[in-house]
Design a protein around this ligand. Sequence first.
Ligand code: DGT
Ligand code: MG
Ligand code: MG
Ligand code: MG
Ligand code: MG
Length: 274
Amino acid sequence: MAGTKFAYVRNFELPDPLLPDTYLVCRLDGHSFHRFSDEHGFAKPNDERALLLMDHAAKSAMIEFKDIMLAFGESDEFSFLFRKSTNLYNRRQSKILTTLTSYFTSCYVLYWSQYFPDTPLRYPPSFDGRIVVYPTERAIRDYFSWRQADTHINNLYNTTFWALIQKGGQTATEAHATLKGTVSATKHEMLFSQFGINYNEIPQRFKKGSVIVREIVAPESSDKGEKLEPPFDPFHQQCSKVKKKNKLETKVEVLHCDIISDEFWLPRRHLLEN
Ligand code: DGT
Ligand code: MG
Ligand code: MG
Ligand code: MG
Ligand code: MG
C-alpha cells in the first residue's frame, strides 16, 4: 500500500526519540486506585497481597525488558530505571512507554488470582505512565531517594491515621484533624503511647517499599544454575540463563532495603554504569 495516494498520512506521524546517553526512568501508577482498592477490599493501610502482586508484575517486566536495571515500588506505583545506553526500540518514547505499561498491566491481571484467590476482578485495572530522562547519577540517586522518602512519609501518616480510626474510634475527618501539622516524632509517640504500636517493628516492605534489582551472579555459582524448560514461569525464571560470551549473568531480586545511603549503591556500580 506504500505507493497509494493515501500514504502521505504517514508523514503526520512524528518521531519521538528520547535524548541519547541519558538514564530513562519510567514511572507507572495505578489509575484511580483509591476506588480500585476500595472495590477490591484492600486491607488498610497496607495490603500485603496487593504489594506482592505489584512486585510480581514488576519483576516479570524486568525479566522481559533486560535493559531495566532497577525498579522501586510503593502503593500503586512502580518506577523503572533503564540503563543509560539502552537502545530499546531506538529510544522511541511512546513505544517504550506503551509496551512497558501494557506488559505490566497484563501481568497484574494475569497474576491477580494468585494473590486474591477469593476476590474476582470487578473491572479492568489500568496504569498511567511517564518517562523522564535524567542526565546524571546524582539525579538518579535523588530520584529514588525521593520515592523512598515518600514511601516512609506516607506509611507513617497512613499507619497513624488508620490506628486513630480502627483502634481510636475516630472518624476520617477527626483523624486528619488530629494529625494536622504533626511531625514524625509526634506520630511515633502517638502510635506507641496510645496504641502500643512500635513503628520500628512494622515490616520493612511497608516502610521501605520494594527494591527490585538486577544483581550480578558470581561466576562460580552461575555454572550450576538449573536449566529451565518451557513453559517458563517468568517469576521464577532467572535472566540470561543461557550464558553469552563476555556477558555477565544477572538475576532479578526483590529487596526491602534502604536505597538512600551509599551502602546500597557502592557495591552495585553496574546499576549506573552506561
Ligand atoms: P490517580 O493515580 O491520580 O489515578 O488516583 P489514585 O486514586 O490512584 O491516587 P494515588 O495513586 O495518588 O494513590 C493511590 C491510592 O491507592 C490511594 O488512594 C490508596 C490506594 N492504595 C494503594 N495501595 C493500597 C493498599 O495497600 N491498601 C489500601 N487500602 N489502599 C491502597
Ligand atoms: Mg497518579
Ligand atoms: Mg494512582
Ligand atoms: Mg499512586
Ligand atoms: Mg505493529
